[in-house]
Design a protein around this ligand. Sequence first.
Ligand code: FAD
Length: 288
Amino acid sequence: MYPAAFEYHAPASVQEALGLLGKLKDDAKLLAGGHSLVPMMKLRLAQPKHLIDLRKVPGLSGIKDEAGTIVLGAMTTHWQMESSSLLKSKCPILSETASVIGDPAVRNLGTIGGSLAHADPAADQPATMIALGVEFVCQGAKGRRTVKVDDWFKGLMSTAVGEDEILVEIRVPALAAGTGGCYMKFPHPASRFAVVGVAAVVTLDKEGKCTKAGVAVTGAGTHAVRAKGVEAGLVGKKLDAATIEAAAQKAAEGVDVQADLQGSVDYKAHLCRVFAKRALTEAVKRAK
Ligand SMILES: Cc1cc2nc3c(=O)[nH]c(=O)nc-3n(C[C@H](O)[C@H](O)[C@H](O)COP(=O)(O)OP(=O)(O)OC[C@H]3O[C@@H](n4cnc5c(N)ncnc54)[C@H](O)[C@@H]3O)c2cc1C
């Protein structure tokens, strides 16, 4: 099916793109990799009259280390993250998460900013962003503002980015020594989207006690959420198998688990617990 007719714009700067957004308002949509927006347009679930393509805007793509903080440009593709030697050495869970998205075609065109602005309930990146405690930088006509990840995901495909703003970068805090992370999912057999996915990031002190934990669940509900009950069951404890098992039992708490063609509420809640245990077990191994 073909999308409805639209006018195409290719701005050469963020300012030009913001000018178009300000002028065209609700009639316009930003285009990044197009791997979520274009399918929606073909299904007529979205019918923007104008597309503002960000691919020719310089400075929106790339991965930098700014004094320990990793800065991901919004137009950085999943493939760039998957293959980045900087991420593999400084924050491997980011490469790992990107590497399990869709297929090579999706990863070569889809972007981190597009994924996080779109906020598909089954997307992988949101869980890892929550577990890492990242910040989002949005740019509007009046300048830039920063949004903490816990204030970003608002509901089904709804985020804190304003209609007159562009998500320009994601800032990932430096990981402390003794930190390990893991993202694991039960993938949909056709699309590879997460039926349920869990990201776990734990920091252990020299005695093996957990000083910090970030755990988040995606796929099961309308949007990715922090698994606060799991985190509370880890901090201050030695993460042996029994502690992990007990904490993982809380993985579906606070998730608005949705039944769908992939499974019932009970089944998806079960997957949350199973994948929390698996991701945590691996994250602890990597932290040692
Ligand atoms: C067959 C297939 C399989 C897939 N499998 C997976 C999977 O396993 N896991 C997974 O997580 N994802 C999967 N995806 C989705 C993929 O990751 C997309 O790349 C991603 O969801 C959207 O990124 P995009 O760059 O393509 O954004 P686009 O489709 O271009 O845009 C998506 C939305 O975000 C907005 N937007 C884009 N960039 C910005 C910005 N910088 N600031 C503000 N708003 C912006 C757009 O206006 C649009 O509303 C799959 C997609 C397909 C087609």
